[in-house]
Structure formats: C-alpha cells, structure tokens
Write a protein that binds this ligand. Structure first.
Ligand code: GCU
Length: 522
C-alpha cells in the first residue's frame, strides 16, 4: 500500500492536507509514492455549510475529504487551477440541497445557523481561541439514568443506561438502522501471493454482494481487501482501515504519477508496521456501501432498505450505513480461517474517524479502534466550541452522515439541548480499548479540535472505571506528542497536520497490549 498526501486549497480554507491509503496495485514498481493534489476554489458555488464542495475527480459516490486548516499555508508548489464542477457534481449538489430542504420542511425548521468558516476572513470564522471554547461547560452525565438514578454497577450500565444512550443516538443523532436488512453474499474475487517489503503475504480481493431483490434498480457491492502474512502460524489479528475508493486513488495515480523530490513519506507504512507484529491488514471502502452525499441517500444501502424512497427524520445516516458495512466485513472475517475474528481492530481518518467510532460503538465484536482526526460528530465534544461546529455538520455537504433529526440542534434548538455528547458515543465502546488521535492545531488540524477530543476521552473515564478498566490517567491536556496509553482509553496529539500517519507507532504499541498473533499468544 502507498500513502498519498492530498493537499487541498480553497478560497475559504488556506490549505489542508490529508494522507490517504493507496492500493499497492497503483505503485510504479514497488516504490512508495506520494501524490500531491492541488485544488483552488476561486469562484465555485458554495454549499450552505461554507465548506466548499469537495473536488470529486471521478466518482459520484466519493467526496474528497477537505478539512480546513487553522494554520497558514505550507507552500509546496504553484497550485493548478481547480477544474469547473462537472455536470454530475452540480447535479449531486442540487439534489443534496433539495433533500436537505425537504428534511428541514419535514421538521418544520425555517432556518439553520451557518457553520463556522475555516478562514479567519470568512463570514463566521471558526473559534480557535481556547478561552472562548467552553460556552457549554456542563456535559450530560453518562452515568445518570433518565430517571435521575445513578448507575453504580456494570449490570445497570449494560442493562439500563447503555440502552438509553443508544436510543438517544439512534433517534436524535445518527439514526436507526432498519430491521431485516438484506443479506450479503461474499465472493473472494482473487487471491494473490505477494510481498509487502520483505514479508510474504496473501492478498484477497473480496466483494460483498448485497441482495437487492427488494429493489433491483439499486446495486450495492461492498469493496474489501484482506492481506495476511503468508507464513502465519494460525489465524491472525487484523487491522481494517476505512479507505478511500479505488476510483479516486486510480484517478490520482493517473494524474500525478511522479512524486516531487523528497516528498515521499519515509519509514515503514502502517501496513508494514502491522505486519511486523505478525498481524494482517484490510481495507474496507465505505462509499461502496453508501455514497458520501445527500443525493445518494436514496441509493446505497440506505436507499436499498428504503426501496429508493427518501428518509424519515430518524432513519439512519451515512455514518451508521458505513458502520453497517464494516460489520458485514467482520461477518466475512468470521468465515475466513486466516483471520482471528475476535481480534479485529478498525482505523479511520477524518470522516472515517467518525465512522470508525460509530462502528466500534455499535458492534461489540470489534476489538479495538484507532479514531484519527474525527472531530465534530466524532470524538470531539459538541459542547467544546473550537474549529468545526454543529452548523457545518447540519449543512448540505455533511448532513447526510447523520439522522435528519440532528438538524434540529442547529436551529431552533441549540447545542445545550443535545441529549448526549461525544463522550457518550465513546462510552458505548467501553470496556474495549479506543485510541483517539488528532494533529496539531498550528500544523493544520485545528478544525478537528484535539482538545475537544481529549476532553471527551477524559469525560468517558468514569464509565471505563465502572467496568473495571483504566481511564486516561489525567485530566490535564498534555503537550503535543505525549502518548497517554497506559489506560484502556488512549489519546495522543501528533505534531503534524490532518493525517493518521504519525500516530501509527503509538497506536500499535497500545494495541499490542490487547492483540496477539497466535505464535505470540502467551
Ligand atoms: C470536512 C468536514 C469534517 C470531516 C472532513 C473529512 O473537513 O468538515 O467533518 O471530518 O471533511 O472527512 O475530511
């Protein structure tokens, strides 16, 4: 696998960078490659969120992540002019706006508050001043039952409080997954013995065909790749990344075949780091389950389950749909003798960081999670006002990740009315280990609010302790690059921008306390 660094520029946001996993098949030989994509938004129409529509070179189903940066631009080279949006992109934008308005009408919402702008010169600049971040200091208490009684035992947590929190996230935030979803038939499309570095591996490309007899006009094929060490003594732990679509990666490789001198990342890739533990790795492509835009809500698994009809206010959004797909991938792993399905971890970055947290929260079979730069609607507290805010998530370019009901909290209700906050989403993962990661604000990751994610990791501590596990071990925000990995909830802010790469070694160190290749199992 390769790492591609995507550098996005726009009128609203000075610059943002994103490291993306890249299928090895795109390599020129075995060299690792860095693709730099420069995008300039000069006059393109903006969606209501003030987050510019992400450039989508190829796939209608794929939105290129674009996290605005708080930091001044890092100059790399003269950016190329941004191509005008294609008719397909404009159609997606128009259909997303129409569906968004339909949901507002359904909920009787006249107006939403605009999201924050990533630029200090924008109309509603994001807050990057810590002294102004705590407008809503009191968090919902994860250990208080709806009737005001305190949760004092694990039995009360699992039997009473946890289901209450699940219901609130289902109804108000993320949406409900329909009962009786179609079956998935897994097909191993190819099995290839190959090498990653010096390590002989077996790579399988696997497709999950979702039964679409309920609506044959909608096709959903889940895209999964699994690589395990060829010489494993038995079934191995696997880390599954939520990865960007092959189409987008291929388009980038066609356009940017040569890395600029010195720009290629050094050191082993995350996959090589995982292999060094004797583990395998996998890549799951969320957009093969559900398109990443509002227009796509009548397609993908959400559309298939609804027979092409539009959503009700508490129907599931994209995050839960992606999580559903990841759970189906785990169903497949349970049938593959190369994988120890009790030791499957998940990792995702940015919007896929949010999706990983949701997956971990709802499917107790996953063993561990690496939640990278997940920000708002991920591990960051909604009540910590720094970087991205609720108005961005409620806007036309992001609302499809959530339940329709979520829009209410961006008008007429407010953040103070949210019945839950991010620490309670993390609480649904307890007692399993979760690693929360973010980059440095002054290097381009301020938008995701590492401090807000840290505070959520602190606030979930009492739930972990109630379940006999260890909390973060501190309530004080540590200096950048301080690993907090001695407990079962872990945190580290790295010193780079919007990327998971620098925290892989720390995550693997943390994960190696829990995951063991069979040869190493005590
Ligand atoms: C935007 C969005 C974030 C998201 C990110 C990404 O920046 O505002 O919420 O995480 O895109 O997924 O790249």
């Amino acid at each position: 696998m390769l790492e591609a660094v995507l550098i996005l520029r726009s009128r609203n946001f000075p610059e943002s960078r994103l490291s993306m996993p890249m299928p090895q098949s795109l390599a020129l030989g075995k060299l690792s490659m860095t693709a730099l994509v420069f995008v300039v938004a000069t006059g393109a129409p903006l969606l209501r969120s003030q987050v510019p529509p992400a450039p989508t070179p190829a796939a209608a189903s794929q939105t290129t992540p674009a996290a605005p940066a708080a930091a001044p631009p890092v100059t790399q080279a003269a950016p190329a002019a941004r191509p005008a949006p294609t008719p397909e992109q404009l159609a997606i934008q128009a259909a997303s706006e129409k569906d968004h308005q339909r949901m507002m009408d359904l909920l009787g919402i006249k107006e939403l508050r605009p999201g924050a702008s990533g630029s200090a010169n924008g109309p509603n600049p994001a807050n990057y001043d810590e002294t102004k971040a705590d407008l809503y200091p009191s968090l919902p208490d994860a250990l208080l039952l709806n009737n005001g009684k305190r949760v004092t035992t694990a039995k009360m947590w699992f039997g009473e409080r946890r289901p209450q929190i699940v219901e609130l996230f289902d109804r108000e935030i993320l949406g409900r997954v329909p009962a009786n979803l179609p079956k998935v038939n897994w097909e191993v499309v190819s099995t290839t013995p190959e090498k990653n570095g010096d390590v002989p591996v077996i790579t399988k490309r696997i497709t999950g065909h979702v039964d679409n007899s309920a609506d044959p006009s909608i096709t959903v094929n889940i895209d999964l790749t699994l690589t395990t060490p060829a010489n494993a003594a038995g079934p191995v732990p696997v880390i599954m990344e939520f990865g960007f679509s092959r189409e987008l990666m291929e388009a980038m490789a066609r356009r940017f075949p040569q890395p600029p001198a010195g720009a290629a990342p050094t050191g082993p890739t995350w996959q090589q780091q995982v292999l060094a533990q004797g583990w395998g790795y996998a890549e799951f492509v969320p957009t093969s389950v559900q398109p990443d835009n509002g227009a796509g809500l009548t397609q993908g698994i959400i559309g298939l389950a609804n027979k092409g009809q539009t959503r009700k206010p508490d129907d599931w959004g994209g995050l839960r749909a992606w999580a559903w797909g990841a759970s189906r991938a785990l169903d497949y792993f349970e049938t593959d003798s190369a994988v120890d399905a009790h030791q499957v971890g998940i990792e995702g970055h940015s919007r896929y960081g949010k999706a990983v947290l949701v997956t971990m929260a709802y499917d107790p079979r996953f063993a561990i999670a690496y939640v990278s730069s997940s920000g708002e609607a991920g591990a960051k507290l909604y009540r910590h006002i720094f970087g991205e805010d609720i108005g961005n998530i409620a806007a036309t370019s992001e609302y499809h990740w959530m339940a329709g009901n979520f829009l209410k909290y961006d008008g007429p209700l407010t953040i103070a009315d949210l019945p839950v906050d991010a620490h309670e989403l993390i609480a649904l993962c307890a007692p399993r280990p979760v690693f929360i990661s973010g980059g440095a604000a002054n290097h381009g990751d301020g938008w995701v609010d590492a401090k807000g994610m840290f505070l959520a990791a602190v606030a979930v501590g009492p739930v972990y302790k109630l379940l006999g596990k260890k909390d973060l071990g501190t309530t004080e925000f540590p200096p950048v690059e301080t690993p907090l990995i001695s407990g079962d909830i872990a945190f580290r802010q790295h010193n780079a921008g919007h990327t998971p790469a620098p925290n892989w070694p720390t995550f693997i160190e943390f994960a190696s306390r829990y995951m063991h290749a069979s040869a190493k199992t005590p």
